[in-house]
Design a protein around this ligand. Structure first.
Ligand code: CP
Ligand code: NVA
Length: 309
């Protein structure tokens, strides 16, 4: 594994190694065991979009592994004034040991990886959010004791989070069903890739416009904002289009009685989810947020020191 850009590029074996390493690092952190495996290493973190969880968890994770993280807002670095990805990749490769980037165009992340000489981590693009999906499945594993054979239902926009969940579930042998309104379905190329990936462990991928069909018998119910970063102007229009895709008590009751509720956050209560679901006992959103830290420490350890023990 040279980069962490898409879970489609991670093998089933690497995916399971990442989850085991994340669980181990989490256990050890709780026991007070310190690590210095990234001592002397620096992670550059380029942000062209806002962030709470990604920024804080990468910065804290790097510190906990003995390294250092640099926050680089694209408003402040020359990239934001038109310096090319090619020059940025080459220059950054001379200073830092890895780059985490959150941006709009997925191609920019691929270009950074192609032109630079250091590992690139995708901290969210318009297309994918792999760090989130890795942390999500770590959370499912903790709450359900296993992944293979479970069903995750995602209700809402066929966006970056939905795409990475498709890949993650396929890699873990979980069934995944996604219900989105017509015109807001997942990218067909990603669905096709996920279906290919799912063949290896024999899990199912279902894409539908019917939330009741998707949620039936689900072990995990997931949703995300109806208007992602960059779509703020569409918020009111989307609120109308997505209104039947709200995860409320009624819809949630069609999943398994012991299902858990997940959301990558930030959440908009009263839109994609109601308070009585997201703030209920079956919601695991804060474990999910915490697990960003542990999952990303595993990613950095695998990429930046090749430590997968
Ligand atoms: N879930 C997530 O990536 O959160 P941030 O936008 O706060 O980083
Ligand atoms: N789909 C959301 C995820 C935020 C973490 C967005 O891209 O804004």
């Amino acid at each position: 594994m040279k980069h962490f850009i898409s879970l489609h590029d991670v093998t089933h074996e690497e995916f399971s190694q990442l989850l085991s390493l994340a669980a181990k690092l989490k256990r050890e952190q709780k026991q007070g065991i310190e690590h210095n495996i990234l001592k002397g290493k620096t992670l550059g973190m380029i942000f062209s979009k806002s962030s709470t969880r990604t920024r804080v968890s990468f910065e804290v994770g790097m510190y906990q592994l003995g390294g250092h993280a640099l926050f680089l807002s694209s408003n402040d670095i020359q990239l934001g004034r038109g310096e090319t990805i090619y020059d940025t990749a080459n220059v950054m490769s001379r200073f830092v040991d890895g780059i985490m980037i959150r941006t709009f165009d997925h191609q920019d992340v691929l270009d950074l990886a192609e032109y630079g000489t250091i590992p690139i981590i995708n901290g969210l693009t318009d297309l994918l959010h792999p760090c989130q999906a890795l942390a999500d499945l770590l959370t499912v594993q903790e709450h359900k004791g296993r992944l293979r054979g479970l069903k995750l239902a995602y209700i809402g926009d066929g966006n970056n989070v939905a795409h990475s969940l498709l890949y993650a579930c396929a890699k873990a042998g979980m069934d995944v069903s996604i219900a989105s309104p017509a015109g807001y379905e997942c990218n067909p190329e990603i669905v096709a890739n996920a279906k290919e990936d799912a063949k290896i462990l024999g899990s199912k991928v279902l894409i539908t416009n019917d939330p009741a069909e998707a949620i039936k018998d689900a072990d995990v119910v997931y949703t995300d904002t109806w208007a992602s970063m960059g779509q703020e102007a569409e918020k009111a229009e989307r609120a109308k289009i997505f209104k039947d895709y709200q995860v409320n008590k009624e819809l949630f009751s069609h999943s398994k009685p012991d299902s858990i509720f997940m959301h990558c956050l930030p959440a908009y209560r009263g839109y994609e989810v109601t308070e009585d679901v997201i703030d209920s006992e079956r919601s695991v959103i804060f474990d999910e947020a915490e697990n960003r830290l542990h999952a990303q420490k595993a990613v950095m350890a695998m990429l930046m020191v090749g430590d997968n023990k």
